[in-house]
Design a protein around this ligand. Structure first.
Ligand SMILES: Cc1cc2nc3c(=O)[nH]c(=O)nc-3n(C[C@H](O)[C@H](O)[C@H](O)COP(=O)(O)OP(=O)(O)OC[C@H]3O[C@@H](n4cnc5c(N)ncnc54)[C@H](O)[C@@H]3O)c2cc1C
Ligand code: FES
Length: 260
């Protein structure tokens, strides 16, 4: 069920000049249940160029708090980055189909699967919540977080509370130098499921790597969106099952479904 809610800004954390974490709450009520990989359509008030809502991933959700990680790249996200505690943000949520979670908690360590979650830039946003939920379900989680520079690799301490964290940067200022698909852990580790979100070329390289090793892989697509509800068809992806709306049938897809 979707909800249209006026959420209150509880905290604003400037993680880096270009990235802001908004912590939102629903005063006097609990937030609806949200799944990792689902997203929120936020209304950006006070700007004629941001008539359409902007899709933002669920970075973390509890009954009391919703976290949105914003990368300021245009009018809408720059305006979101100016929000202050006490401001109101109108949100339509939760939207889309998220990552596949195990049906039940691993009863013993031997039953746990080893998940590799790979994110690039602000594409790491949904992986924090996904990792948290997988850990709660008793699964092993390893992250590879990639960025252009160290400043683009965010929330590292929170990721470390969930699982092992590997980092790559294009300029080598943090972690190993190179792309996420070049990290040395990929030579050493054995993974049973891969989930990824970030720039399309990065996700395609991850999908190729997974396919060559027969490891199932889910990707979260970030096609341009307008309605977020499957009505305007502006987010359509040509898949093996026909043209699907990324906002409604995704944004998470198994790579076997995609024509990559
Ligand atoms: C499912 C989904 C989840 C997302 N999660 C997040 C998130 O957690 N945090 C975050 O900061 N951003 C996220 N995005 C991207 C975000 O929606 C866009 O960056 C935002 O809509 C840009 O709005 P703007 O007004 O700031 O920029 P605009 O002025 O509209 O555009 C500025 C630039 O951004 C590009 N752009 C616009 N929309 C998108 C898009 N959907 N994907 C990629 N590039 C785009 C435009 O081509 C243009 O070059 C997500 C997108 C999708 C589809
Ligand atoms: S954004 Fe309108 S159909 Fe997907």
């Amino acid at each position: 069920m979707k909800h249209l809610l006026d959420l209150r800004v509880l905290r604003v954390e400037h993680l880096h000049p270009d990235y802001v974490l908004l912590v939102l709450t629903l005063p006097g009520q609990q937030l609806p249940d949200m799944q990792p990989g689902q997203f929120v359509e936020v209304r950006v008030d006070g700007s004629p160029s941001t008539f359409l809502r902007r899709p933002i991933s669920i970075n973390r959700a509890t009954p009391d708090e919703l976290w949105l990680l914003i990368h300021s790249i245009g009018d809408g996200t720059r305006r979101l980055a100016t929000l202050q505690p006490g401001d109101t943000l109108n949100c339509l949520l939760p939207l889309g189909r998220g990552f596949t979670l195990p049906e039940r908690q691993a009863a013993a360590p031997g039953e746990a699967r080893h998940y590799l979650l790979i994110g690039g830039g602000v594409g790491t946003a949904p992986l924090l919540y996904l990792g948290e939920r997988l850990k709660a379900l008793g699964q092993h989680v390893t992250f590879i977080l990639g960025g252009r520079t160290g400043g683009d690799v965010l929330q590292v301490e929170q990721f470390k509370e969930i699982g092992s964290v590997c980092i790559t940067t294009n300029d080598g200022s943090l972690g190993e130098k190179g792309f996420v698909t070049q990290h040395s852990i990929l030579q050493e580790g054995r993974f049973e499921q891969i989930c990824t979100c970030g720039p399309k070329p990065m996700m395609q390289a991850v999908a190729r790597w997974a396919h060559e090793r027969n490891v199932p892989c889910e990707v979260s697509l970030e096609n341009m969106m307008a309605c977020g509800l499957g009505a305007c068809l502006c987010c359509v992806e040509d898949t093996r099952h026909g043209h699907l709306c990324v906002c409604k049938d995704g944004p998470v897809f198994n790579t076997d479904e995609l024509k990559w």
